[in-house]
Design a protein around this ligand. Sequence first.
Ligand code: AMP
Ligand code: GLY
Length: 419
Amino acid sequence: MNVLVIGSGGREHALGWRLAQSSAVSCVYYAPGNGGTAEGKCRNVSLLQFRDIAQFITAEHIGMTVVGPEAPLVNGLVDFLYQHGCKRVFGPTQKAAQLEADKFFSYGLMSRLSIPQAMAKMCYSLDEAFTVIRNHPTEQVVIKARGLTGGKGVVVCDSKAQALSEMVAHAATYGPEVLIAERLSGEEFSVFGISDGERVLPLKLSVQDHKRLLDGDTGPNTGGMGAYCPAPVAPSSMVQSIADSVMTPLVQQMKADGIVYKGFLYAGMMLTAAGPKVLEFNVRFGDPECQAAMMMVTNLAEVIASALDGHLQPLDCRPGAACCVVLASSGYPGPFKKGLPITGIIETESVKVFHAGTRAEHGLLSTDGGRVLGVTAYSPQGIASARAQAYDAASSISIPGGFHYRTDIASRALRKVRY
Ligand code: AMP
Ligand code: GLY
């Protein structure tokens, strides 16, 4: 079977790398891929238009297409491919992708199903948001933009006064439609599942992301500076129960509403004093959570095929732990230089360096984005060993002109449990 992976980031590199390890897969194409994806039985193809992608799938007899990022999903790539005769596409349709693209849609659906989440009110205008903030029962509130904001549309406020003043700038940037939510407290983790439209089977390991740029969870928010799994905060039993009590009912309700959800499903969770609550749903795998998760999963190609066939098989994981450390361009998430040479990448049986913002030309590798590499290690011995190997591999990489990585990925796990 030939496989096509849509996207160019570290998540897509990790998905394609794992898919390529299946004996059922003869070639993985990445559209468009990056400087590291064209390795082994994998090739990059520069397809950007929906029409070109559909033609390629037909011409190359692609048996499975996996869509990585949210943008093409939200823009209707899967619907377009279905309409053009490409049926073996793994990813939600545009309507199903509202779960991530429209926070009013997901809030409403969760409310109907009594899924534990932060209490919130949907506001359609600036005036309504002001009134809701003033009448909120507690001082601490969270402002959430209704639409997609690349993770930047959430403001967690310490007081109503702060929320009222933040609201003006927020509306100017993201529009006036917002959820005003109760501020929850607790440790965050992520749960990933695969849906065949009928039910969701989870990756039985919770994953923890590190969204802030700097050590100690300080500095600005980023797409994610590292991730590890499993996260001790949420054991497998909790992950399974979230899949059964939250994710499966959600896709079943969507199906009853006429929206079949096939694809990865990502629940951003917080473990509060009252138990786990959903912060958000995304309609894709997390990046860089995927890079850590793909070091653990052993049967991805078979499971995606089973989801496309409508008889979903469970994801198998090897024992142990994985840790991904993201190397980012200096300046990220603000402006940064591109085109700096990258040297010193060393991979071993247990270390894989997933590429994100890289470019390969005439055999030379250079930077081409904010998040450049995801140095990822697996160890059967657990997180301390996986983390040590990831940092060891990161320390040999050099990018003259500067790059940055956090030195405390997975340290929360080390403080908590030995496993
Ligand atoms: P979201 O895009 O909804 O996951 O929000 C981004 C980040 O904002 C989350 O990872 C949390 O750290 C924070 N956040 C979102 N909603 C809440 C909430 N209701 N209470 C506290 N923090 C929140
Ligand atoms: N790492 C967070 C995300 O993928 O949304």
